[in-house]
Design a protein around this ligand. Structure first.
Ligand code: NAD
Ligand code: ZN
Length: 357
């Protein structure tokens, strides 16, 4: 099979963007890598943070963003054992890690100091063909639709891991902050599948309708509520607060409020990463109410396998909209304005390239 020399990609050429739709060379897989013909790629708020240079971690420039890519393996290096040509594969945020440091050895690959990040330190999935380390790419069953599974590869894995990290048990109540967004909509579905009760916090009626449809028991609108803390507590069993709070919002304020409505002995899990934001909690309350505060960062390879498996078994049905890869700048604008309920998935065109797989 012939693989083209050139391909279409969305390329961020300078901090702040915008992405430029242009032709660039197709990457070549190294001995331990696969080349994936990307069919669909989700757009994560992390891609927007990367373009804006929001975080204290340098971004590769020029950059092809994207880290929720689903497609078909079209080439592989000599050392690759886990994939054959024609297999379906997913490219995640963690493109690769050293596999030999203390963190990798203990299945904490996201903490590897040598990790490479798709769409951040290496080119990602907003292109027709993307390269990934075979050891970290996801094996996707052929019966799983490539559009719907794309958001699982970052958003799904991340919220599934975050819910596990929270330590909540079936029957307990989790407050999902930013529930109407990409990660949030999937968090509601994973929580439901894990036997958890959910309270949603986000803004606007479209997100309210979506959260309720996804099984959330209450919706607190941060834009209209006079007292988010009181409203969340009132929605929890006995008014004692949520057993855990999953922070997915892209604003700092909820990171300052969460310990006020988490239940005593409860856990606050920070996942969203608003630019320059700080967590804050009164020391007195944190001590006498025995509150846990922690961060959670994507997931390890097994978390990825499990998150995809939940999806493959039909337990995760979060809504998504599709648009062509060419429309990425418009999707970023909608995202910036907080106007996307659920996830956008970009369709990556492959015509008129002659070598259709
Ligand atoms: P998104 O834009 O789809 O969703 C964010 C949601 O937060 C929106 O619905 C928005 O309305 C809501 N929001 C904004 N202000 C709020 C407030 N004050 N209270 C409640 N909700 C509020 O973004 P996303 O793709 O779901 O990503 C969310 C965050 O998670 C981003 O910061 C992203 O970088 C981060 N993220 C972290 C990890 C990780 O491993 N920790 C992985 C993926 C994404
Ligand atoms: Zn992401």
């Amino acid at each position: 099979m012939t693989i083209p020399e050139m391909q279409w990609a969305q390329v961020v050429e300078q901090k702040g963007g915008p992405p430029v739709y242009k032709q660039i060379p197709v990457g070549k897989p190294g001995p331990d890598e696969i080349l994936v013909k990307i069919r669909y790629t989700g757009v994560c708020h992390t891609d927007l943070h990367a373009m804006k240079g929001d975080w204290p971690l340098p971004v590769k420039l020029p950059l092809v963003g994207g880290h929720e890519g689903a497609g078909v393996v079209v080439a592989k290096g000599d050392l690759v054992t886990g994939f054959e040509i024609g297999d379906h594969a997913g490219i995640k945020w963690l493109n690769g890690s050293c596999l030999s440091c203390e963190f990798c050895k203990q299945a904490d690959e996201p903490l590897c100091p040598h990790a490479s990040l798709s769409g951040y330190t290496v080119d990602g999935t907003f292109q027709q063909y993307a390269v990934a380390k075979a050891s970290h790419a996801s094996n996707l069953p052929k019966e799983v639709p490539l559009d719907a599974v794309a958001p699982i590869l970052c958003a799904g894995i991340t919220v599934y891991k975050g819910l596990k990290e929270s330590g909540v048990r079936p029957g307990q109540t989790v407050a999902i902050v930013g529930a109407g967004g990409g990660l949030g909509s999937l968090a509601l579905q994973y929580a439901k599948a894990m036997g958890l009760r959910t309270i949603s916090i986000d803004g606007g009626d479209e997100k309210k309708a979506m959260c309720e449809k996804l099984g959330s028991e209450a919706y607190i609108d941060f834009k209209t509520s006079n007292d988010v803390v009181a409203d969340v507590k009132a929605a929890t069993p006995e008014g004692l607060g949520a057993h855990a709070v999953i922070l997915l919002a892209v604003a700092e304020k909820p990171f300052q409020q969460a310990t006020e409505y988490v239940r005593s002995r409860g856990t606050v899990v920070a996942i969203g990463m608003p630019a320059g934001a700080y967590l804050r909690s009164p020391v007195f309350n944190t001590v006498v109410r025995m509150i846990n505060i922690k961060g959670s960062y994507v997931g390890n390879r097994q978390d990825g396998v499990e998150a995809v498996d939940f999806f493959a078994r039909g337990l995760i049905n979060a809504p998504f909209k599709t648009a062509p890869l060419e429309e990425l700048p418009r999707i970023f604008e909608l995202m910036e304005q907080g106007q996307i309920a659920g996830r956008y998935v970009l369709e990556v065109p492959h015509l008129p390239i002659r070598t259709e797989y």
